[in-house]
Design a protein around this ligand. Structure first.
Ligand code: NDP
Ligand code: OXD
Length: 311
């Protein structure tokens, strides 16, 4: 049995219906269904389970995260660490994240925020910048599945692309920087900094005053990873001083972004509600169904969380 624990009774049922269709024989149930027995649960599909809930499932074989990030699961101190934790994968999340990053970089380049404000005030604001994408370097922090998918899309628009990761990468047309020792050189390249890192103790608060000061003056910033990566007062200070010319933010701490946050009304900030890469439900259900099929046939589970790396 697979238990689905996500918000909304109708949504839970939709997941169960899809999983049952894609893997006939798999009994998928909303976690709160009358016949959902914790001791029979072999798999769960979840986003942010209440702390302690996973620990109450004694016979789990795998946990499937609805998202590529799993911090909403691993922040539960009681989550069963001996159970494999599968991060969402497949092709669609990369395509969608690439689209979001491309849009965010272009909206920074082509003054999207200024035009949206001008339109809301019925103002004809003529503004054409000097640069084209070909004049700019996008620096992607986090060259994993999503960063690697975004890079060629940016290249296709004409941007130069640099990537920073823990280990060196060979992605065509992308200058690779690796580890803490190469972070400053990477930052010095970036006209637009894009954060696609996982949330780990090492990456918490990484986009702070010190880091922002190392970017080229007037750089843009895009955060589509996790809210805790960016220190909001430092971000606002960099925007106000002109060190940053603009920011596009999809993720916040907490979410939803509280109404009193200065980010909502900041003239240089575009806010989106954690929508950068939400793959279609059917595609995600297919990924889970295929992973279970492979696992039950004796193969390995894909895209596993590594407790040593923390992502
Ligand atoms: P991956 O695990 O595939 O990639 C993570 C990348 O970050 C890797 O390149 C890794 O390096 C690098 N990295 C991790 N820690 C460090 C570090 N300390 N220093 C330098 N580089 C580091 O993850 P994904 O690409 O699939 O996803 C990235 C994140 O995006 C997710 O964790 C999630 O938080 C966020 N996300 C946001 C979504 C949204 O809609 N806004 C949707 C989906 C995901 P290496 O390659 O060397 O291991
Ligand atoms: C995430 C996701 O991890 O939506 O944010 O996949």
């Amino acid at each position: 049995m697979l238990l689905v624990k996500v918000e909304g009774a109708r949504t839970r049922q939709l997941w169960c219906d899809l999983l049952g269709e894609l893997r006939p024989g798999l009994v998928a149930r909303p976690f709160d269904a009358p016949d959902a027995r914790p001791e029979e649960a072999r798999y769960v599909l979840t986003w942010a389970p209440a702390p302690g809930w996973l620990a109450g499932l004694p016979n789990l074989r795998a946990i499937f995260s609805l998202g590529a990030g799993v911090d909403h699961i691993t922040t539960d101190p009681t989550w069963p660490r001996h159970v494999p934790l599968v991060r969402m994968g497949g092709e669609e999340p990369g395509q969608r994240m690439g689209e979001y990053v491309a849009w965010a970089c272009l909206t920074l380049l082509r003054h999207g925020r200024d035009f949206a404000r001008a339109q809301a005030e019925r103002r004809w604001e003529y503004k054409v910048g000097e640069d084209t994408a070909r004049d700019l370097t996008v620096g992607i922090m986090g060259m994993g599945a999503l960063g690697a998918a975004a890079a060629p899309m940016l290249r296709g628009l004409g941007y130069r692309v640099a990537g920073w990761s823990r280990t060196r990468k060979a992605v065509e047309g992308v200058e690779s920087f690796a580890g803490a020792g190469e972070l400053d050189a990477f930052l010095a390249r970036a006209d637009v900094l894009v954060c696609l890192l996982p949330a780990t103790p090492e990456t918490a608060g990484i986009v702070n005053r010190e880091l922002l000061a190392k970017l080229r003056p007037g750089a843009g910033f895009v955060n589509a990873a996790r809210g805790p990566h960016a220190v909001v007062p430092d971000l606002v200070a960099a925007l106000d001083s002109g060190q940053l010319s603009g920011a596009v933010l999809d993720v916040f701490d907490p979410e939803p972004l509280p109404a009193e946050s200065p980010l909502w009304s900041h003239p240089k900030v575009t806010v989106t509600p954690h929508v950068a890469s939400v793959a279609r439900r059917r595609e995600r259900a297919r990924y889970v169904a295929e992973a279970i099929a492979g696992f039950e046939a004796g193969g390995p589970l894909p895209n596993l969380y590594d407790p040593v790396r923390g992502y």
